[in-house]
Design a protein around this ligand. Sequence first.
Ligand SMILES: Cc1ncc(C[n+]2csc(CCOP(=O)(O)OP(=O)(O)O)c2C)c(N)n1
Length: 906
Amino acid sequence: MKGTTRLPKTRLMKKLTSKKKAALDYEILHRICDRAFFMALKMIDIANSRPVSDKGEPKVGGHASACASSQHILAAIHLVLRNPEDYLACKPHVSPMDHAFNYLLHNFRDKDGNLLDGDTRKLAMSHLRHYSKEGFPVFQSYHAESDPDSFRVFPSGSVGIPPVVALYTALTYEFAKDHHFEIDESPYFWCLMGDSEFREGSLMEAMPDAGERELGRVVWIVDYNRQNLDGTRVCNEKALGGSDADRMIGIAKSNGWEGIKLKHGKIRERLFAETGGQEFRRVLDEEFTDFEFQAVLEANRPELTREVLAKKSPNLKSFLKNLSEEQIQRAFLNLGGHDIESLVETLQTAKADVKRPSLIVAYTVKGYGLRCQGLSGNHSTLPEEEELMEMAERLAASNSDPFSEFPEDSTEEKYLDKRRTFLVEGMEQIRNQVTARQQSWKKSAAEIHWPSDMEISALKFNPYAHTQWMWGQIAAKLDRLARGEKASRESHPKAPDVSKLSITDQTWFKVARYFLTMAPDVGTSTNTSPNMNGKLYGDIEQEDFELLYDAKDKKAPDVVPKLSERSGHLRFEIAEGNCMSAAGAIGKFFYFVGMPLFPAMTIYDFFIKRAHDQYYYNLYWRSSFATLGTPSGVTLAPEGAQHSWKSDFQIPHAITWEPCFSKELDWIFADILRRHFTLDNEDRESPLIRCVTKGLPQKEFLERLKKQKRFEAAGEDEILGRVREEVLAGAYRLIHFEGYVDYVPGDNVVHLFAMGAPGVEAMRASDRLLEKGIYANVFIVTSPDLCLGNLAYQDAYRHLRETLKISGDVHLQKVDSQAQWISLQGGRIPIVSVHDGEPGLLDNIGSIVGVKQAALAVRRTSKSGTTADIYHVHGIDADSIVEASEKILEDTAKERFEVSANLQTS
Ligand SMILES: Cc1ncc(C[n+]2csc(CCOP(=O)(O)OP(=O)(O)O)c2C)c(N)n1
């Protein structure tokens, strides 16, 4: 399948993206920015003034001062720098400011992507932090995909994540181009963040990766206002050897980034050129700690500013004498981050080197232009009505109709109009292009006859395969089809004919090129090595010295990165957060660009928690990617006892799978691929598959199934076909005695529910219980979400109740019969569940159907040892299952059933 459609660049598009630019009138841009700032403040004000019926309702709030400090940075991006294809990530609290610019640019769309008309745009502006029962456009507290202006914007809310996702989206573009996907845009990634945000570990973790991978279109801009939520940031500059800004620049440079400090605005620069100006510059640069500078700002007394400057340097005496206090104060306040001209110049410099990402530290003032300007506690200060009215008057805006736009014949409107033509019409072109790609893909995918498995024939030769091994086989097969010897002539001239592939492989071949693997330094230990060997993606312009000196370790994968079509594995350092953000970004490429890339990352299950925030972010905006949590649980006891807890995510849009036998995983992964490529994965976009490294007796899978009465007359294919359906619905019957002689529900029957590797313990327990005359049916849970969790809740646990026939029914048997009386005895079928993980994963079966349940699970931290020993320690071995089954049957037998007196007499 030709996956993507290259659409011809239209003449309009060419015109829109032409390089010619007229000289900018920065006065106009400042006036537009002032108006946008006023609108942002009014958005916050309206949200806070809405009537509430409940006393005690939490405050709405908003962040006027955080908007104020970033206003000019956003102005430079929105009004000058941003191209239609570019992406934007912002610190959460600046979102109203961002909405205001998009409002003026008419860059609002409905959920289908159609541009909003003027009235609806205006309505949206009064709907910040609002829920509309009527379905009118609203804005969430922070940037969200559902916002009207979310075109190529990364959601925010958790600081420190969006800039990283932006960075990995940039990497995805590189990957797509290097793999010859037809993609003709080269967007920039503008990311605005706070200075306290820049202390987030996620950002530090990602920086070297961006530097090494030379993601030069990434521009991070730190709004350096020297304040955070709790107040003025007071850093130990002595220990740091400079200001925090210096530290940031140092970090940038040592990580392969361009580091640019934008401290001074044009007013200052002009003064620096005058006599004595150099000393003025030196004093500003060298004589103030951030804290002292901030304190002078906070004091906001021009006479004090003069006095402090004069004290810093006697040489400034005559320079200062020539300036009025007002001029001095203006210059003192004239930081680069509030001067659009300086910002535009700096951002253009950052754009120039497309091989080196840039970090710009733009000096700003929190609350700039507001009464709370520079005040330490201004993070949540809301301007009073009077202040807003004053501002409206100053800007010739209307306080009662705050979202009225500039008059048609004004210079501001004329500038905006031109900018709209360039930006918004350009975005429309891109949107149409992406939609066309998406439609074309959906059409092709709908024509595919999707196989039910991956035909992993090697399973025959590995009688004690484990699920992690099976994952390796699946990944290797897809990789071979996409990039290996068997790939088609289309992409590899020397490759053999596709028609020699099996029918199944021919189908997987069609999608294999969209599949890629990745791991945070656990690729080889998670059986992903075949995908790595000579196939690591990247270009470090490094000669392969191992090759040159004939020093390759033949037993290990060749891990020298290459820029070739064959390179389909992304190698990460021990940086789980990076890997997770990359998976999220790549999994979102269909949404953004129309190419259905499907990343699968392996990670030790225990360490997914290192990337929880990133994982949550990916799930929240429905990225489609697979996580292989492997090895997982205490089943790893021989090698690593501390891997004792599994990652139990009950987050919307995630689905957890935990296969027991390898064949299950074959089916599950085939289904995951089909769902991803056909977009049949709503509410389960992100599968997490937990695997283990304990080998299980694979042949028992079919042997046990065949013993069920329901399959008495069925052939192998029919059995597997029917069981596959159950596997994909969340649980299947592995052992079932229904129809056997003396099978008496309510008397000698117990249901065992097992998940993952302890499924074998349940099998063994069932055998032993049978010897004691107890029929223990074994149900293998493949997905707790589908069988018992959020996804099962959606259809009232239909699979559990109807297919598996688990119920709370009382089974009564006649014991004795006399002329007048019938004696009854009976009960329900109790349940014992067992799995290697937190009890909450399976312990609700009993409460769903209304029977007694004993939940055997991992309830303590673990120890090293054999799996037999450690399963015993946790009570999840066959012995414990037998014991629990006997006890629960006994308890069930003690249940009393009272027959109403009325029934006796009637
Ligand atoms: C991960 C995370 N932690 C905490 C918060 C709460 N929070 C939001 S903004 C903020 C302070 C931001 O300070 P800074 O980054 O300097 O930006 P400023 O608002 O000063 O521009 C905090 C603590 C959050 N949104 N996300």
